[in-house]
Design a protein around this ligand. Structure first.
Ligand SMILES: [Ca+2]
Length: 399
């Protein structure tokens, strides 16, 4: 199989843009030809660039990770070190949180995502993902708490990823909700070489159906496993698995309108991916990948296989994607249906429009800080959370 990185045509409607190389795996039978890409330009109906500004609405957040909107418009924000803050009417306050059991804060580990139950207005339930254990043995867990209006109380660990692993890398851990009130949680492959588990490279966990590492899992709201998950009847498979072959997903979005689930996943050196996630599918890591070892050299000779799902987009050099939004608001009408992917290394948000396997738009919005999360607020604005020692919450507003 030829390993050609074919440049993809891009339609530019940006205020400021920088574009990483973008590739479609060669073996994908649906991959666009140069001709198809050209026609995508010819038929593009994008209006002129939208003017917007970046407004800082909160600052001095210490490595914030996730955020969630309360029904009254206040925002709960996690800090990786183990705090939860609330932004209400422009003022940021720390709120009390019941003790997080054996919270492991190191490297990429700590308190991570936060998500409200779809019926939060009735049950007040909040879900937090966190790393638990120590450097020798740790895993991602889900803590369910109740927000009583002032504090997060009644903690209950409802799910713990197995197997445990060593090191402080690749916890994944975004939570999103499907229309049936089950949740998807993304779990990383556990870490880079030389980290090992059971005598082989830890990254191989991503292809093992008896392991929850390198997977998207689907759970009920109490942490139990739905009986209609794709591998429930597969001998030896872990029944929580929804999709597999993932390295480290840190951007996950379930769109209630299209019913589609999108993810962004870190490659190693280069080869970051945007994927459309479907139940039971294999997304290839580390058997097929565009990324290289950090130390140089190939991870795999193959970039695509017929029984594995190709990414919709590949970023080389890496943007280190974190936070993903499919915009459905009314503030930026021309951006409706567009994806917004945060980038830690690129210090930007990438706006993407995909139709089938065609990239219609890829525009980079420079932020100048490591972007950890991107969300649509209750008010329809786009919010950007930055992963810095003094991180910020930034709102995109029309000019
Ligand atoms: Ca992949």
């Amino acid at each position: 199989m030829k390993n050609l990185h074919r440049p993809f045509s891009l339609v530019i409607s940006a205020i400021a843009l920088t574009i990483g190389s973008c590739t479609i795996p060669e073996a994908n039978p649906n991959a666009p030809t140069a001709q198809a890409s050209a026609s995508a330009i010819a038929t593009n109906k994008e209006r002129p660039p939208i003017g917007f500004k970046q407004v800082t609405v909160a600052k001095d957040l210490e490595n914030p990770w996730g955020m969630a909107w309360l029904p009254d418009g206040a925002i709960l924000i996690t800090e990786r070190i183990g705090r939860v803050k609330i932004l209400r009417n422009g003022s940021l306050e720390q709120i009390a949180i019941a003790k997080i059991p054996k919270l492991f804060v190191s490297g990429q580990a700590g308190l991570m995502d936060i998500s409200l139950h779809p019926r939060f207005a009735q049950n007040r339930l909040v879900y937090l993902t966190f790393s638990t254990g120590n450097f020798q043995s740790n895993h991602t867990s889900i803590l369910r708490v109740k927000f009583d209006g002032k504090a997060l109380v009644e903690p209950q660990v409802i799910f713990e990823v197995t197997p445990s692993k060593s090191g402080n890398q690749h916890f994944g851990s975004r939570i999103v909700w499907l229309p049936d009130n089950t949740m998807l949680i993304a779990i990383g492959d556990g870490g880079n070489p030389p980290l090992q588990l059971n005598g082989e490279l830890m990254r191989k966990q991503a292809q093992k159906l008896n392991s929850q590492l390198g997977k998207v899992l689907r759970l009920k709201d109490d942490g139990s496993i739905p009986s209609d998950n794709p591998f429930v009847k597969t001998a030896g498979a872990n029944p929580a698995i929804w999709s597999y072959g993932h390295r480290n997903i840190q951007g996950l979005f379930a769109d209630p309108t299209s019913k589609q689930v999108w993810s962004t996943e870190h490659g190693s050196r280069g080869g970051d991916e945007l994927n459309l996630i479907e139940a039971g599918k294999n997304y290839g890591w580390p058997v097929v990948t565009f990324s290289q070892e950090y130390t140089g050299g190939k991870i795999s000779k193959e970039v695509s296989r017929l029984n594995m799902v190709d990414p919709k987009l590949v970023w080389t050099p890496a943007i280190a994607p974190s936070g993903l939004l499919l915009y459905r608001g009314n503030i930026f009408r021309d951006w409706q249906g567009n994806l917004f992917a945060g980038g830690l290394v690129s210090k930007s948000v990438v706006r993407i429009k995909i139709e089938g396997n065609k990239t219609i738009v890829q525009e980079t919005i420079p932020v100048g800080q490591r972007v950890r999360d991107v969300r649509q607020g209750k008010d329809g604005f786009i919010y950007i959370l930055t992963d810095e020692q003094a991180g910020q919450l930034i709102r995109l507003e029309p000019m």
